[in-house]
Write a protein that binds this ligand. Structure first.
Ligand code: CTP
Ligand code: CA
Length: 223
């Protein structure tokens, strides 16, 4: 990372998390990490320092102003993020964090003895919400919402319950949006209930749309 400490800092979470069951098995979510990495690239192009806290993905990114922190579990992602909460200017929570983790991680590989078994799961920490609880007025927080029903209503709930400045609603109705694809169709919603609907675009163009609005909000809070 460059030594230019004048540059504003963006923290971005990306990719899935992996919650271990035993030494050889885990529970995870669909996520290629492409959206989060594209957002990281866009902020680097605009002269920000980027801290990219990434779950396991098969893509990469390199830049002198980029630090990638590789994590597996939601707990690790939270531990990596929280140390940057006081110093970041913009936070973008693009990771598909597993909502639950196994209550106990087996130390030995489970054998397939019983015809069925139950796995007890407990809730993971909500990283975006945790930041929302400590966020200052000069910090901007952006979250994503992927919904299959009552999309806009659910996205609005996330905007306010996590104290976000913007929520980016991903359309699941479009076959070429979200998981694994190079395109995405989003609606960006702010706290004044303004809905900005975008057409299906390449994820890099989507990243620029998100960064444009984030930088606008940041400039407004600084004025
Ligand atoms: N998020 C997070 N930490 C979690 C869960 C979610 O930081 N443990 C963030 C995601 O990165 C995303 C936003 O919160 O920016 C919304 O995630 P989503 O899974 O859509 O919402 P949840 O609050 O987990 O609610 P649900 O899955 O029940 O819809
Ligand atoms: Ca979730």
């Amino acid at each position: 990372m460059s030594t230019n400490s004048q540059k504003p800092i963006v923290l971005i979470t990306a990719g899935p998390t992996r919650e271990p069951i035993d030494p050889v098995r885990y529970i995870t979510n669909h996520s290629s990490g492409k959206m989060g990495y594209a957002i990281a690239g866009t902020f680097l192009d605009r002269g920000f320092r980027v801290i990219l806290v990434s779950g396991p993905v098969s893509i990469g990114l390199a830049h002198p102003d980029l630090a990638i922190v590789n994590v597996n579990t939601a707990d690790e992602m939270f531990a990596a993020c929280r140390q940057y909460f006081p110093v970041l200017q913009i936070a973008v929570f693009a990771a598909a964090v597993a909502d639950y983790k196994p209550a106990q991680v087996m130390t030995e590989k489970m054998k397939k003895l019983a015809p069925e078994f139950n796995l007890q799961m407990i809730k993971n920490v909500d990283i975006a919400r945790a930041f929302g609880e400590v966020k200052r007025d000069d910090q901007v927080s952006i979250g994503f919402a992927l919904e299959t029903n009552d999309e806009e209503q659910n996205a609005l709930k996330k905007l306010f319950s996590k104290n976000l400045d913007l929520v980016v609603l991903n359309s699941t109705r479009d076959n070429n949006a979200a998981f694994g694809f190079d395109t995405n169709k989003i609606t960006i919603i702010n706290r004044d209930f303004v809905f900005k609907r975008f057409p299906l675009k390449d994820k890099h163009a989507v990243a620029r749309d998100i960064a444009d609005i984030a930088v606008d909000i940041r400039n407004n809070v600084l004025n």
